[in-house]
Design a binder for this molecule. Structure first.
Ligand code: 5GP
Ligand code: ZN
Length: 113
């Protein structure tokens, strides 16, 4: 999607600090980290939010779920981590491209408010 920030990051139009990439997903460091480790795992397919997931996305979602532990291992989050998905306005979603926040290395109260 041409006016989507995360699609632009996928296309390389906007730079990101990449952690993992394959043909289906991209994981990169959050520009405004809320924990010592804070990255975003996104599908390369533009899905606006978890509310917009369709039956046909099932395989992609399970792929993403399985990638989490691989990325957490790569980041050394052996003691655990949080995975957060914000959904639309009341869920504090600010970028309308489905993303999973992976947060680690600190006990925290997040999101704020
Ligand atoms: P949301 O509030 O939508 O769940 O989270 C969006 C996240 O994207 C925020 O944590 C924000 O810091 C991050 N973010 C926004 N713009 C950029 C950007 O241009 N680059 C990166 N790496 N992260 C971004
Ligand atoms: Zn997008």
């Amino acid at each position: 999607m041409s006016d989507c920030l995360f699609c632009k990051i996928i296309d390389g139009e906007i730079p990101s600090n990449k952690i993992y990439e394959d043909d289906k997903v991209l994981c990169f460091h959050d520009v405004n980290p809320q924990a010592p480790v804070h990255c975003l795992l996104i599908p390369k397919k533009h899905i606006a939010s978890i509310d917009d997931v369709k039956e046909e996305d099932g395989e992609l979602l399970s792929y993403i779920m399985l990638k989490i532990k691989e990325i957490a291992g790569k980041l050394g989050l052996d003691n655990g981590y949080r995975v957060v998905i914000n959904c639309k306005e009341d869920g504090f979603q600010t970028v309308p491209h489905l993303h999973l926040h992976i947060l680690g290395k600190r006990k925290m109260a997040w999101p704020p408010g």
